[in-house]
Design a protein around this ligand. Structure first.
Ligand code: PLP
Length: 382
């Protein structure tokens, strides 16, 4: 069976062959299989050296210090650690977030609410961005943390994190940013983005699933409480034997992303243009999320008069998603699309197309042709 063209890079990416190769070198007896915490022999030392080299590779992509990188099992855990870890120990903390965050942030904040933490849920603009004024207005004396994403996973729009970070720094409020959809897709620089905590994931950047990192700023010094207790790994912030193969894979993936960022952004931008150009003859197509502030590879499009579910069934030669991957199993319209003000019916007409490293010109031309045909057919049968 010929598999459909993969246009769901925002859900996950394949592991790059170069990444798979370095991972394989960290598994077997001949490889770097040791426990990075073993101090008494060369197996441990080699594993530790591999982990520290990868820590630098991940830090380099976001221009951080390697000592600011804490390994986790993925961006979900990083979000949990950042948010719960920042709030822990405060008497009556208040947290500010938005209605269109990733579930890893939304559900963590909902859980905190059940524990008695006050949470303010901001609504973003129609373009999917949260205005800094709205964040400022929400701050209270007891606000401990603001959590907002850099790039939205359903819309691809980019928040103004530099401005937000500057005002929050002045107010002494911690700022956590989920950058899982941003790293490797746009320039991310913690020197010009005054964030305190930043969640990263391996598998959105051609690394393996099950590995991520939390950036924790050293200056000014940010303190968070561990959520996983054990051997005191990662300077006490996250215990657990470090998975050398996963870490080395994420490091290699982030290094590759850094090397190719500019050309890859330009390439995806032109593929996106080809896709949109190919849909030119179709009317009633609207782009959801900011046209101006966005990453190049992600498009969320609504097709007037066509249900996304029917469209997806018709587009069996394309692997795309409606709503986020986690929400696809349910028939609820995307909370993100509702969050930017779409009516339920409108939200049911949107599909997300996400392009990536292995997407070709031919792929997007084929996609545009298929979409045009299926949308026309569905509109005609109505
Ligand atoms: C994928 C994603 C996550 C979750 O990352 P995992 O590594 O799969 O846990 C969190 N936030 C955003 C914005 C994402 O896109």
């Amino acid at each position: 069976m010929k598999k459909p063209v993969y246009l769901d890079y925002a859900a996950t990416t394949p592991v790059a062959p170069e990444v798979a190769a370095v991972m394989a070198d960290c598994l077997t007896l001949e490889g770097t299989f040791g426990n990075p915490a073993s101090r008494s022999h060369v197996y441990g030392w080699q594993a530790e050296a591999a982990v520290e080299a990868a820590r630098r590779q991940v830090a380099d992509l976001i221009h951080a210090d390697p000592r600011e990188i804490v390994w986790t099992s993925g961006a979900t855990e990083s979000d949990n650690l950042a948010i719960k870890g920042a709030v822990a120990g405060h008497q009556s903390p208040h947290v500010v977030t938005s209605m269109i965050e990733h579930k890893a942030v939304v559900d963590t904040c909902k859980w905190l609410e059940q524990q008695g933490v006050e949470v303010t849920w901001l609504s973003p603009d129609r373009d999917g961005r949260t205005p800094p004024e709205r964040v400022l207005e929400a701050l209270r004396d007891n606000t401990v943390l603001v959590s907002l994403m850099l790039v939205n996973n359903e819309l691809g729009c980019v928040n103004d994190v530099a401005t937000l970070g500057a005002v929050l720094r002045e107010r002494g409020v911690l700022f956590h940013v989920d950058a899982a959809q941003a790293a490797g897709k746009m320039p991310v620089d913690v020197r010009s983005m005054p964030v305190d905590l930043m969640a990263l994931s391996g598998h959105k950047v051609y690394g393996p699933k099950g590995i991520g990192a939390l950036y924790v700023r050293r200056s000014p010094d940010v303190r968070i409480a561990a959520q996983m207790h054990g051997g005191g790994h990662e300077r006490g912030m996250r215990s657990g034997t470090l998975p050398t193969h996963q870490i080395v894979g994420m490091g290699k993936a982030f290094a590759l992303a850094a090397d190719t960022l500019d050309e890859e952004m330009a390439r995806l931008e032109s593929l996106r243009a080809v896709l949109l150009e190919g849909l030119r003859d179709l009317d009633g197509v609207t782009l959801n999320g900011s046209e101006e502030h966005r990453v190049p590879g992600l498009l969320n499009l609504s097709f007037a008069g066509v249900e996304a579910e029917s469209l997806m069934i018709g587009l069996r030669d394309l692997a795309v998603s409606s709503g986020s991957a986690c929400a696809s199993a349910t028939i609820e319209p995307s909370f993100v699309l509702r969050g930017i003000g779409l009516e339920d019916a409108e939200a049911h007409r949107a599909l997300r197309f996400s392009l990536g490293r292995y997407t070709t010109d031919e792929d997007v031309r084929f996609a545009a042709h298929q979409i045009t045909e299926v949308v026309r057919r569905l509109r005609n049968v109505r």
